[in-house]
Design a protein around this ligand. Structure first.
Ligand code: OXD
Ligand code: MN
Length: 602
């Protein structure tokens, strides 16, 4: 196929990769529905996709057990200097890594088609958007990119003959000839051959051996977070692991909120929340990534660079997230969930019992046995849906505004059964950066090499996603604050939906009731909230947040109190265990914030 572009650099890159990977043919993707349908047909004919009778134009996929999630220990930031990758990333010398990967890429597309997928992260032509071109030998990647990004000819038009793009190379790492044993699971390479590589100086991504989500849909975590964070630092903006939502009060006044939570803390649920407080409305702009740029008025304007949701299925139900359930009613790709006899999907926590005999994510027969608490789940814990954002009933009218939305509040959060109150507000921008820098989730099972009850820090929820030295990233945030006029700065908050009593009972109901906390955040941004000053920041007065049903005044007092002993231990942990990781590069402003809180706690 001749290239549908005169972009010499792009054409030369595609030629070079084709010479190395030796595909049977090359297809330039145009982004049309006909193209999407033809990819699906290829996969259905090959037994790699199952059409779902109960959901129009929706399909189920299964992957190999080695290919079910992002592979953080196979993910590399290959900057020239190790120091530029910093203490929290896997680093490898770029030329050493290229030598290893070139050997793997050699002939890896034999018997396969190489797809060239031009894509835009962000509305096509938005001044905040970026263009990438992904080369992939996976039809699953092509169809998923159709959902998760804007792809095809329109992107090439904007790119023109000499526009900038991020080259993203992907291969499942399994030439067609060796796929006979795939048994309906998509092909991939063994774990020790998987590489998710980022070359920040060249702004290039090379991914090999995985077909899964963030490892393979290179616009998402690889471009929109790791590479974009490097570009953002250079250009003076922010690429963040944040949802974006719009909250409107009964009088019709709206505010925009961005929020960072570590993976598996309910970001998609918060982005699509249905408020329990009458008259208030929450609408979705994005559920995972925010790109925020200072506008002419000094405010941060945010876009969601994605076009779809790649959400975790288990636990998603009409109770926990009705908007997500409506979003996946049609035109959705499901991966590693269970299949019902009548051609629908099912997963743990979907809100009703498994209807009869299922086929589990491994392709085996599975019948629910509620008496057997040790029964292996039907769906992988990280099984996913990919659905177009336009299908979300709560999608905000502004979600594709190329100018972005002005951010009024930034929230941080994590799973913290103790110490951290339901909500507290930073006193200043730098205090907000301090809050972001100490984000973490408590380890509740001894599965990892960590002490139960200890906190795994995940600064700004960016630990796996920052493409450069995390200490330089903190400095970038602080510098941006210095440039932002006080009146244009968003307000920073820390929320914790996961507080428990000593007996292990949840203190806060979460989900739609979180709207009560969002209401207080709204009011604080509006200057109408009821608050008290505390050593850790501003907090609602006891009557500042209305009690949801089932939460007693006593519970609320605990949720909104400052646990001085707990905070002293928290701060001591930051001082002794967390901050030292960043060495001499740790900004002095953060140490000053740490000392100020220490002093206020007495
Ligand atoms: C995700 C994650 O998949 O953060 O969004 O892990
Ligand atoms: Mn995420």
């Amino acid at each position: 196929m001749t290239a549908p572009t005169k972009h010499a650099k792009l054409v030369a890159w595609v030629d070079e990769i084709a010479k190395m990977t030796q595909p049977d043919s090359i297809v330039w993707c145009n982004g049309t529905k006909a193209e999407y349908d033809s990819m699906i047909k290829i996969m259905v004919d090959a037994g790699l996709a199952t059409p779902l009778k109960k959901r129009p134009n929706s399909f189920l996929f299964r992957s190999d057990a080695s290919d079910v999630a992002r592979v953080e220990n196979r993910t590399y930031i290959a900057s020239k200097s190790k120091d530029d990758a910093g203490p929290t990333n896997n680093w490898i010398d770029p030329s050493e890594l290229k030598d290893i990967m070139k050997k793997l890429y050699k002939g890896c597309m034999k018997g396969r088609t190489m797809y060239v997928i031009p894509f835009s992260m962000g509305p096509i032509g938005s001044p905040i958007a970026k263009i990438g071109v992904e080369i992939s030998d996976s039809e699953y990647v092509v169809t998923s990119m159709h959902i998760m990004a804007r792809v095809g000819s329109k992107v090439l038009e904007v790119l023109g003959d000499a526009g900038e793009f991020v080259p993203c190379l992907h291969s499942v790492g399994k030439p067609q000839l060796s796929c006979q044993d795939d048994l309906g699971q998509w092909p991939c390479a063994p774990l020790d051959k998987k590489y998710i590589a980022h070359f920040p100086e060249e702004q290039t991504i090379w991914s090999y051996g995985s077909g899964y989500g963030g490892n393979a849909l290179l616009g998402k975590k690889c471009l929109a977070l790791r590479i974009a964070s490097v570009i953002a630092r250079k250009e003076g903006w922010l690429a963040e692991h944040m949802l974006i939502l719009k909250i409107t009060n009964p009088e019709g006044k709206a505010k925009f909120v961005a929020a960072a939570f570590p993976s598996a803390c309910g970001k998609t649920n918060l982005a699509m929340l249905v408020p329990t407080i009458p008259g208030w409305k929450v609408e979705t702009i994005g559920d995972d990534i925010a790109w925020m740029k200072p506008g002419k008025d000094g405010k941060l304007y945010a876009i969601n660079p994605e076009a779809g949701f790649f959400g975790v299925a288990p636990g998603t139900s009409m109770d926990s997230n009705p908007n997500a359930m409506h979003s996946v009613a049609k035109n959705t790709l499901f991966t590693n969930v269970a299949l019902t006899e009548d051609g629908d999907v099912w997963w743990e926590g979907i809100g009703y019992d498994a209807p009869g005999k299922l086929i589990d994510w491994n392709g085996k027969s599975w019948t629910q046995d509620k008496a057997n608490k040790a029964q292996a789940p039907s769906s992988h814990a990280n099984s996913r849906f990919a659905a177009p954002a336009t299908q979300c009933p709560a999608i905000a009218a502004e979600w594709e505004d190329p100018a972005g939305v002005p951010i009024d509040a930034i929230l941080f959060g994590g799973r913290r059964p103790s110490t951290i109150p339901l909500v507290h507000q930073a006193k200043s921008w730098n205090h907000g950066v301090f809050m972001g820098s100490i984000v973490g989730s408590e380890i509740t099972a001894a599965a990892l090499d960590l002490k139960v009850g200890s906190v795994r820090r995940d600064p700004f929820a960016m630990l796996p996603f920052c493409g450069y030295n995390m200490a330089d990233y903190f400095t970038h945030w602080i510098k941006l604050g210095e440039k932002t006029p006080a009146a244009s700065q968003p307000k920073f908050f820390f929320v914790n939906w996961f507080r428990k009593t000593k007996e292990g009972k949840w203190l806060w109901p979460g989900y739609g009731e979180n709207s009560r906390v969002l209401k207080w955040v709204f009011e604080q941004c509006d200057g109408t909230g009821k608050f008290v000053e505390t050593p850790i920041g501003m907090m609602p007065t006891v009557d500042g947040i209305d009690l949801p049903a089932g939460v007693t005044a006593e519970d609320m007092k605990e949720l909104l109190s400052v646990d001085v002993a707990g905070w002293k231990a928290e701060i001591a942990d930051v001082r002794a265990e967390h901050y030292p990781k960043f060495g001499a590069k740790l900004p002095k402003e953060l140490v000053a914030e740490l000392e100020a809180i220490e002093k206020r706690l007495g």
